[in-house]
Ligand binder design. Structure first.
Ligand code: ADP
Ligand code: MG
Length: 256
């Protein structure tokens, strides 16, 4: 399978008043096309820093990032980024929010607009297209934010604690919803979470980061052998608690 993302020897040192903080040290991993990979680790170990570096919003101190074997520097249109806050613009309608990425990228072509329209229809937001974000539920807002991100056809989607602002019930439903959209659209995803269950339920692999300075401590391959696997049905598999216990022990008391 073709490699979409390669993170090679990435290190990051922040400067602050007290001096230097080594946030990440020699991080190495690859993600293949269509794969869902979660990144889990103790609070402050550099998860958000790593995603910001991949997205190009933060500079790395050393190392390289490749997307489809092409070295990237700075912000790349091949990367979609979703944060905990959905960052929808409250004064714009859902339709206008959904087109925002195309607007910024300068690719407001008819075919791209048609793709957005198609996504809104497929994922049950079309009838809300003239509403404002405040008129939507938390789950619908996340779905709208996802469509806005998918509109630019990113090669990989980065999610940083994207569901953690939602209450537990909603979070499970939204995770399932987003998961099925991403699988249907054949998206490759890198998911940062501090929730072990969320990581296992969504991923093909879970990467465990050590405490700061963050480096890859272990990689767990997740395979439930369930036809039509989704984040809800895999929780019923006996393998789920096995994976959970292994990762839980590995994170130990350092888990958030
Ligand atoms: P995580 O997302 O895993 O909780 P972060 O990537 O946010 O961790 O932070 C990793 C470390 O880098 C922490 O010790 C944090 O205090 C430090 N850090 C993050 N951003 C900055 C910054 N802009 N300036 C200085 N230190 C920072
Ligand atoms: Mg973080």
């Amino acid at each position: 399978m073709e490699t979409i993302l390669e993170v090679k020897n990435v290190s990051k040192t922040y400067q602050n008043k007290q001096g230097e903080v080594l946030a990440l040290e020699n991080v190495n991993f690859r993600i293949k096309k269509g794969e869902f990979v979660s990144l889990i680790g103790p609070s402050g170990c550099g998860k958000s820093t790593l995603l910001s570096i991949i997205s190009g919003l933060e500079e790395k101190t050393s190392g390289e990032i490749y997307i489809e074997n092409e070295k990237i520097e700075g912000i790349s249109p091949k990367i979609g980024y979703m944060l905990q806050r959905d960052c929808l613009l409250e004064w714009r309608t859902i339709w206008s929010n959904s087109l925002f990425g195309l607007e910024v990228k300068g690719t407001m072509k008819e075919e791209n607009k048609a793709y957005v329209e198609d996504l809104l229809k497929k994922y049950h937001l079309y009838e809300f297209k003239d509403k404002y974000p405040s008129e939507l539920s938390g789950g619908m807002r996340q779905r709208a934010a996802l469509i806005r991100t998918l509109a630019i056809k990113p090669k990989i989607l980065l999610l940083d604690e994207a569901f953690s602002a939602l209450d537990y019930q909603t979070r499970i439903m939204v995770t399932n919803d987003i998961y099925s959209i991403l699988r249907k659209e054949n998206i490759t995803a890198l998911i940062v979470t501090h929730d072990i269950s969320e990581a296992i339920s969504m991923s093909d692999r879970v990467l465990v980061l050590s405490k700061r300075p963050g480096t890859i401590k272990d990689i767990h391959k997740i395979d439930f052998e369930i036809e039509g696997r989704n984040p809800i049905n895999c929780r019923e598999s006996p393998k789920f608690s096995k994976y959970f216990n292994t990762i839980w022990k590995e994170l130990g008391v350092h888990a958030e």
